[in-house]
Design a protein around this ligand. Sequence first.
Ligand code: ADP
Length: 537
Amino acid sequence: MMDYPLTLSAILERAGKYFGDMEIVSRRPDRSLYRYTFRDFYQRARRLAECLTAAGLKRGDRVATLMWNHSAHFEAYFGITAAGGVLHPLNLRLHPDEIAYIVNHAQDRFLIVDEVLLPVLEKIESQIKLERIFVVRHGQPAQPGPYEDYEQWLQQASGHFEPPRLSEHDGASMCFTSGTTGNPKGVLYSHRALVLHSFMQASADACALSQRDVLLIGSSMFHVNAWGFPYTAAMVGAKLVFPGSQLDAASLLELMEQEHVTITCAVPTVWLTMLALLDERGTHWKLPQDVRILCGGTAPPESLIRGLDRHGFHIIHSWGMTETSPMATVSRLRPSMSTWQEEKQYEVRTKQGWPLPFVDVRITTPDGEAPCDGTTPGEIEVRGPWVAAGYYNAPASKDRWTSDGWFRTGDVATMDAEGCIKIVDRSKDLIKSGGEWISSADLENALMSHPSVREAAVIAAPHVKWQERPLAVVQLKSGASATPDELRAFLGAKFAKWQLPDDFVFVSELPHTSTGKLLKMELRKEYANWQWSGSDK
Ligand code: ADP
């Protein structure tokens, strides 16, 4: 067979050649919708590639983007890589010092930035050195100032771009993990990894993405390449809808209604708000039915999956990481489960599911590989063609990979006899009480299905007798009330007595990382000296 390189350039050429009439809809900062086609996108991406080449971009050079979810960002995804460069989307929610660290570590040469995000750039400018900065103004006229105008720059292109011959092993994109501890770490994705991830993502038992779909990009384009969806959509020719900076539930619903969206993606936090909106005034919108939602980043609670099903929105639960491009497993019901009772089906859908093709998963304990019994927890280790083999320029972090080539994820899970995995916690986050494991994730899930609870975290707090006991930190819904005894009784229906949190703390807000994950480290620090209220504690 031919040794044909798997590159994003081939996807771009295909999109321009075969899907020219397909529509792209993009929301501008003033909320108006901008519509154009794959044909225009193709030409503009190639213009960008031509301009970058003329500016001296060399193969492998990094080009940073500081942008929301919109069509210009989509063009950068393909234009930068077509020129042989590496797209480096910056997470604008990080602390400025962290963004500056990331730009410097990646040695970004150029930056494309949204005009509305210039205040973020101003906060880091003294700490970074970029050769040229281009401002995207979404149809607004160029302004005098220290930076170049993106549209004027693109107009300098002749429209005749001779793409370089790339290797599928060349770098195409780079993302940093949010890093709740230490400095953020970079993952450099190869063309090959992103192309293979796209094939997998489009496949029927993953997201079944096709040219019949209308895809709303609801996960941030600066977070693991919007989970790879822009690449997959261009490969299959799906209509694309970009929500701009308005990633809140109500704005997404509006777009779903107007554009007849069939598939979308975002973290559970977004869907929790959306479910509340739908429950409150679902009839306000004329919503499409059978919308698929790729959901991951944290485990969606069962109550969320059930609630959205009632409104015709169906969560496809997936687990992955920045280091796995990100999709590594997906939880889809198997045909043999179609006759199961609803309870059991939902139980499967809250699990992280089965490894995707070419992703090898094993569960490791200090005593070796865990038995596939669905109960023995251990660390998930993965390997595969879209799993990182190392962090970018970070030799000190080599110990995240085993000597036989597996990546240590830091997630703790069980695997059953059929190979289905269930995350029970992150490492160091399981509660070990008197030698017995308690899953914080299960308790949190159950607490979040209580009608008064908005969000809950269960952490291990030190205990004289049991070494550790579960402490629940709970945010109630506004106007709702619940006592510790009520919550304990509620959990008592599902958990053994010894597994129940001994104490409940009520807070007005829980701390989150920039990507919406609970910052448990912070909670653990805050409650490190917790005085248990019970007499024998
Ligand atoms: P992302 O949030 O896009 O998956 P990150 O690299 O920021 O990527 O975070 C990865 C971590 O998020 C995983 O190691 C795991 O702890 C958690 N995570 C991701 N998906 C899930 C899921 N479906 N269920 C539980 N935890 C998840």
